[in-house]
Design a protein around this ligand. Sequence first.
Ligand SMILES: Cc1cc2nc3c(=O)[nH]c(=O)nc-3n(C[C@H](O)[C@H](O)[C@H](O)COP(=O)(O)OP(=O)(O)OC[C@H]3O[C@@H](n4cnc5c(N)ncnc54)[C@H](O)[C@@H]3O)c2cc1C
Length: 377
Amino acid sequence: MKKRIDVLIIGGGLAGLTSAIHLSKNGIKVTLIEKSSYPRHKVCGEYVSNEIIPYLDSLGAPPEKLYPKKIDKFLFSSSNGRTLTSDLPVGGFGVSRYALDSYLYSIAKENGCEIIKDTVLDVVFEKDNFSVNTEQNSILNAKIVIGAYGKRSNIDRKLAREFIKKKSPWLAVKAHYKGDFPEDLVALHNFKGGYCGVSKVENDNVNVCYLADYKTFKKYKNIKEYQENVLSKNRHLKKLFTDFELVFEKPLTISQIAFDKKKAVEHHILMTGDTAGLIHPLCGNGMAMAIRSAQICSDLIISYFNGTIPSRAVLEKKYASSWNLTFKSRLRTGRLLASLFRNEQLSKWIFNSLAIFPFLLPLIIKKTHGEPVTHTS
Ligand SMILES: Cc1cc2nc3c(=O)[nH]c(=O)nc-3n(C[C@H](O)[C@H](O)[C@H](O)COP(=O)(O)OP(=O)(O)OC[C@H]3O[C@@H](n4cnc5c(N)ncnc54)[C@H](O)[C@@H]3O)c2cc1C
């Protein structure tokens, strides 16, 4: 007899693992499929907004246990090295994805979630049920499927999602360094064709992660040359790359990062985290959005299983509208900021205006973040 799976989650990053914990805690049978093993480093700025602390605490997964760095200050530098500083309105913490994802993985397992290491190849919806095919030739059936497989995956191609048809001009590089950097600060340094986030994580390493446009990047032979010739034109980054010692054997890279609009529900799959939409990294809110979308999705799934939500159609409609209500304006602000900073003249003008009216900076940051949410089922 085939095993009963209520909810199958594709992808065990922050969104997938959070839903796995939330649903398992509420007695729902969850199977999660993740293609890589834990712990592992990920390309990410590793600054997490405080808005998700009350929710993670309520799931029995307090980030505090990882001894993250408490961050409440922000420094922004323009490509010519001028700086602006501000307090962060909500604040955040610095923790590596190496520690955070494997912490949530252990908690999901403790709560009875089944986690399989495999790669999902295809998802088919038929007769009100899903059938999910994997690389190791398993076919799993489930009532509900959550797509939490990140920015871009083979599954998007299978599902013929709109955004995957276009090439994206963005790539990202990340590495940990040893060096002198304040614990309570997240810095965002602008350079021609991109921006670089710098902050400390739990073990005193400094995480350096930048988004760069491929057109400029490909003019150089390798990362070192690119950093020396492009990023180092900003004196703050020059100092960092000269003084700091690389901890990783070599930096991690990813390409084809797309910020196009996506849908929160496709082919009846409830998409969470980056699979539903990716905010520009300069906002430092993608991880909080992944966790918050997992919360919204899980609460609705629980209502569906206990009969408060009467049908799949209502579940899908409610999820899509809650997702839009919670995230649409953050994403829009992120897109607007990114396009303004891409334009050299405009970005100079914004910088000068912020220098004259410094109170505007925390207001802009607030527009890309949410409020802390405590309640959960
Ligand atoms: C350069 C850069 C810097 C960033 N900096 C920050 C920051 O400072 N702060 C912040 O809050 N956010 C930041 N973000 C955003 C943040 O990294 C993401 O929003 C966050 O990782 C989303 O989590 P997720 O769970 O949706 O996806 P992920 O964490 O990417 O998890 C997806 C998982 O799915 C798995 N998977 C994929 N395909 C399959 C498959 N077919 N079968 C099985 N498993 C599969 C993957 O292995 C992965 O583990 C940054 C992003 C970038 C690109």
